[in-house]
Design a protein around this ligand. Structure first.
Ligand SMILES: NC(=O)c1ccc[n+]([C@@H]2O[C@H](COP(=O)([O-])OP(=O)(O)OC[C@H]3O[C@@H](n4cnc5c(N)ncnc54)[C@H](O)[C@@H]3O)[C@@H](O)[C@H]2O)c1
Length: 721
């Protein structure tokens, strides 16, 4: 026992001991909690007056899961197995009192107890697979014994939590109660004691379905291979569950430990953990100390009720924040609101939203034509056509009507926000808020900190991101910010491979095989092939003098084959289905002949390397320029906004797993066989490759330097005051 775990005789006469964990906020199963549990159950061992034990938690949940920090330190003593074994060995029956969100180690503890009582509303899950690992505290051995082989596999392979009712149905909990789980568990324990019931150890149970293990596991493996391409944790999970069938319990536990260590060390497990910790880093911004207080955002205004404006309005309404949606014309407003209604209606018909929720969200959105309606907004997000003159005009109007201290955000994808900010008398309040389409769905929000954006505006934007359930990544002003700037060379290579002789399916197929959610050419078709093309026409004076540069895209736009919206682009679209288009391939071949591009078939590997290494090289450039603060921020941008596979950890993490020297050398080799103007290793990549270092190491070093600087500044401040 320690401060986190205590034992009391709640019902002395009946001999019911209650072990209570109280480790706010979510009763993480940390080392100290395990130590407390160990001491508690040791103290109860052999006590004749204890007829039954209840394991309960104070606060909003039963043990919610393990301590992520132990991934870095390794599991500290006492380990899970030792503690769970002690609980399971108890001579008096142990009843777990479950409530809240019980995940991973929390569930593994619950199933080491002998009985389980759950409050209605409890959710129970083994989500390890979503982090590229497997349950490692006996979950793979006990769960099949408790609920049967197939249901246990389904639970662990999906990673999805069960409701209390589902858990009862599955046999994972014995009873579901309304109200307080602890009180109900004490009553349950009293009944057990009165009936003279002893412990019911999960490890001693036979496995339902164990006789058909080979078939059951093979079917699940085949299913998972389809949904979890390029991954391996599901295979290892299946191996661990098979061990539960094939080996005695203790040997099974040893095998689980071995397999669990293996997946933790593997790239996949490291990649998911990297992203988990990378998200936590996002709020660490130089100059943004704890003293910087975010501004309060109670009302939001949006200018432009088009594709983006409508989606952004939904984000705020979904978070319960009232929105004024302004457009220049009544028809545009009507259209925008109709689209929003349609989107909510779709959610209602899918069952993810109730009709009442739809109405309350719609009621939060007020249409407006007059800028005066934006006067009480704490934040305005501009999302009108991508045109500098128009945006400047709107920012001048916003400057005139917005209240002092209101934040003025722009959703521009390509324009110089410093230039937009300069038309206002309050450039310190201007920030880029770059949402991704569809804005109500995509998790990424790039927060563009301009030259004069005030620190508290950045802090507020980071807070807003959290409120509207987005992941906010701070970037500096440059063409395309982090995401689109890096996309540029990636797309350039995809288009170049087309000119050299690859078909659209070959290019997209190679990228999808790597794990991208969608091939880039299919993405262009979805977004509109003309969108990128038109920005390149506008920026022609800044672009390479290369007649092949994004040439297929230009050809398609000239033909009016703009992608899904016109029924054909890189592909043909019929009845919502994508199909190859021989005419497009012939058109590109003819253009290649005209440009004198020698025909060859780039291999799948070459397509992948050219696109991805071009992306990574540009990533290195923007790190050097400070457009992105950290390599891990880039990884978040790409996994949250561009369909980069999470199991590869994002482009920069992936680069580290390949090895920067190998990538640098390949880029240099491409410089000899392909267009050398594109294939120069970025200086940072070159330097790290020479030093045998990684982006991760560079990031750690940068952070240490920053910390030292902050410390020195603080010391200087201390001395001068
Ligand atoms: N569509 C995307 O995928 C995407 C993604 C990220 C960012 N963006 C950026 O978001 C912005 C909007 O793009 P969109 O795709 O939503 O465009 P859109 O054409 O769908 O909508 C633009 C809206 O702005 C309105 N508008 C035009 N002039 C106005 C004015 N003076 N006052 C008020 N409203 C006015 C139009 O009536 C229209 O409803 C652009 O800056 C674009 O670059 C777009």
């Amino acid at each position: 026992m320690n401060q986190l775990v205590n034992v009391s005789m709640q019902d002395g006469a009946a001999g019911i001991a209650v072990v209570t964990v109280d480790h706010p906020p979510v009763n993480t199963l940390s080392r100290d909690v395990r130590a407390g549990l160990k001491a508690a159950f040791e103290s109860l061992r052999g006590r004749a007056d204890v007829k039954a034990v209840v394991l309960a938690c104070a606060g909003k949940t039963f043990l919610s899961g393990g301590d992520m920090r132990e991934f870095e330190t390794g599991i500290l003593v006492p380990g899970y197995h030792e503690v769970l074994r002690l609980i399971e060995d108890s001579a008096a029956p142990v009843v777990a009192a479950l409530h809240g969100t019980v995940m991973g180690g929390g569930v593994e503890t619950a199933i080491a107890c002998h009985y389980r009582v759950a409050a209605a509303g409890t959710r129970l899950g083994l989500p390890e697979i979503t982090l590229g690992i497997i349950p490692g505290a006996g979950g793979t051995q006990r769960m099949p014994r408790l609920i049967g082989l197939a249901p246990a596999l389904d639970m662990m392979l999906s990673g999805k939590p069960m409701t209390a009712a589902e858990a009862a149905q599955a046999g994972l909990v014995d009873t579901v109660v309304e109200g307080d789980a602890t009180a109900a568990a004490i009553a349950y324990a009293r009944e057990l004691a009165a009936a003279g019931k002893g412990p019911r150890r999960t490890r001693e149970r036979a496995i339902d379905g164990g006789g058909q293990a080979a078939e059951i596991v093979a079917a699940r493996r085949a299913e998972a291979a389809k949904t979890m391409k390029n991954r391996n944790a599901y295979n290892v999970l299946c191996d661990a569950v098979l061990a539960a069938v094939e080996l005695p319990f203790d040997a099974g536990i040893a095998r689980e430990r071995e397999l669990s260590d293996q997946v933790e060390r593997a790239v996949e497990g490291r990649a998911f953990r990297h992203l988990f910790f990378a998200e936590r880093e996002l709020r660490r911004i130089p100059g943004l100390s704890a003293e910087v207080k975010p501004r309060a955002i109670a009302r939001v205004g949006i200018v432009g009720a088009g594709t983006m404006g409508g989606g952004i309005a939904m984000c705020f309404a979904n978070a319960g924040i009232p929105v004024t949606l302004l457009d220049a014309k009544q028809e545009a407003l009507d259209r925008g609101l109709a689209t929003i209604r349609k989107n909510y209606e779709r959610s209602v018909s899918r069952g993810s939203l109730s009709a009442a929720q739809r109405e309350s969200r719609l009621a939060l959105i007020t249409p407006a034509l007059d800028y005066a309606a934006l006067g009480d907004a704490d934040l305005v997000v501009e999302a009108v056509f991508e045109n500098m003159t128009l945006k400047k005009d709107i920012f001048a109007k916003l400057d005139a009507v917005a209240k002092p201290g209101a934040i003025l955000g722009t959703n521009t994808s390509t324009l110089d926000i410093d230039e937009i900010a300069a038309v206002t008398r309050r450039p310190q309040d201007v920030v880029g808020l770059h949402f991704f389409s569809p804005a109500n769905v995509m998790r990424l929000l790039e927060i563009v900190q301009c030259a004069r954006t005030a620190p508290d505006v950045v802090a507020t934007a980071l807070d807003i991101a959290r409120v509207i359930k987005k992941v906010g990544v701070v970037a500096k002003v440059c063409y395309g910010f982090i995401g689109n700037r890096m996309m540029d060379p990636y797309g350039r290579e995809a288009e170049r491979c087309l000119l050299e002789g690859a078909t659209p399916e070959e290019v997209d197929g190679a990228l999808e095989d790597f794990g991208m959610a969608m091939g880039i050419l299919a993405v262009y078709d979805l977004a509109g092939v003309d969108i990128g093309h038109l920005t390149r026409v506008e920026r022609a004076h800044l672009l390479p003098k290369d007649p092949g540069f994004y040439r297929p895209s230009a050809l398609l736009t000239e033909r009016g084959w703009l992608g899904q919206k016109s029924g054909r682009g890189y592909y043909r679209y019929e009845g919502g289905k994508r199909a190859p288009d021989a005419e497009v391939v012939a058109m590109i071949r003819a253009e290649a002949a005209r440009l004198g591009v020698p025909q060859r078939k780039p291999s799948r590997q070459e397509i992948q390397e050219r696109c991805l290494y071009a992306l990574i090289n540009e990533g290195a450039r923007i790190l050097e320029e400070g457009v992105a603060l950290r390599a891990s921020d880039i990884d978040i941008v790409y996994t949250a906004g561009y369909g980069f596979p999470r199991y590869r950890g994002g482009p920069m993490f992936y680069a580290d797993t390949v090895g920067l020297r190998a990538i640098r050398d390949r880029i240099a080799a491409f410089g000899k066989t392909l267009d050398p103007q594109y294939w120069q290793p970025a200086p940072l990549l070159d330097a790290l490759a020479d030093a045998g270092a990684s982006f991760a190491q560079w990031q750690t070093q940068q952070q240490q330097t920053q910390q030292q600087q902050t410390q020195q500044q603080a010391e200087r401040k201390g001395q001068s005051s």
